[in-house]
Design a protein around this ligand. Sequence first.
Ligand code: ZN
Ligand code: ZN
Length: 352
Amino acid sequence: METKNTKAYGTSAAEAPLQSMDIKRRVATPHDVEIEILFCGVCHSDLHTARNEWHGTVYPCVPGHEIVGKIVSVGGHVNKFKVGDVVGVGCIVDSCRDCQYCKEGLEQFCEPGMTGTYNSPDKHLANTPTFGGYSERIVVDENYVLRIPGNLDLAATAPLLCAGITTYSPLKHWNVGPGKKVGVVGIGGLGHMGIKIAKAMGAHVVAFTTSQSKFDEAQRLGADEVVLSKDPEQMKKFRGQLHFILDAVSAEHDINAYLNLLRVDGSLALVGAPELPLPVAAFSVIMGRKSFAGSMIGGIAETQEMLDFCGEHNITADIEMINIDQINDAYERLLKGDVKYRFVIEMASLKG
Ligand SMILES: [Zn+2]
Ligand SMILES: [Zn+2]
């Protein structure tokens, strides 16, 4: 298969810093679009994968699955897009298209496995992983490419492709809307999107944080109420009050304390990925027929729905823009939670 050299930024080993490298991408096939990448968000998964913290990383590894760019060429059979269109690519670049979940638009749960934007076996090029958005261009089948609403700031839109859909999908699935009280736990990359989207869906939003310093921030993001989760008195006030809780915390935390805040038939969905199992007390869920659940990104059609929803409601992420040569520092700051609330790489800096 014909390939083209592409500038990228990635790593050759778990312990190595990210650095400039050349990768090969296929030349667009009839159903592909070739995208010049303008912006790429920095997701915590990028760091986990680059450092092989979830195991199974294939090197070299080029992370990045919050991609916004402009189409520079299209294959002969492409009919959804044309050269010049501004588009997005999220966490999924392909799937089997035939299993029950692909047919239901749940490509993230494709039975043989979705093709992740990075670190998945490349269906077109043998013995090479897919390479993500920390690069100058990417080639993707048009069916896995998203349209970006024209009114949104492009850099601040990039994080919607992972953080946006990761929070939108469960909020939608558990019927968040007017008349519902919704808790969002953790105000970081995911949580800050959860607050904005839940609010735009019409819910009454209660933000939970361990840090007093995030009170004003949570309100600015749209929370109706803010709770200091370390204070049992404040927590007690919400006992049995919430219809749904979106838990975006990746660190260890007391899940029972939050299950106690659900109303009868309420659900708590994890979107963060704590390293260790979270002990759930049986009585936390038996009492009140509660559900302890989880959710992972969203399908392609739902990702488009999320982008359109964000366009209508003028929702983007709060970002800090960086150049590609700042990525290693950005990872260190990410580990400390020192970002409000998402780093986005200006990809033009790769050409510099
Ligand atoms: Zn991500
Ligand atoms: Zn499938």
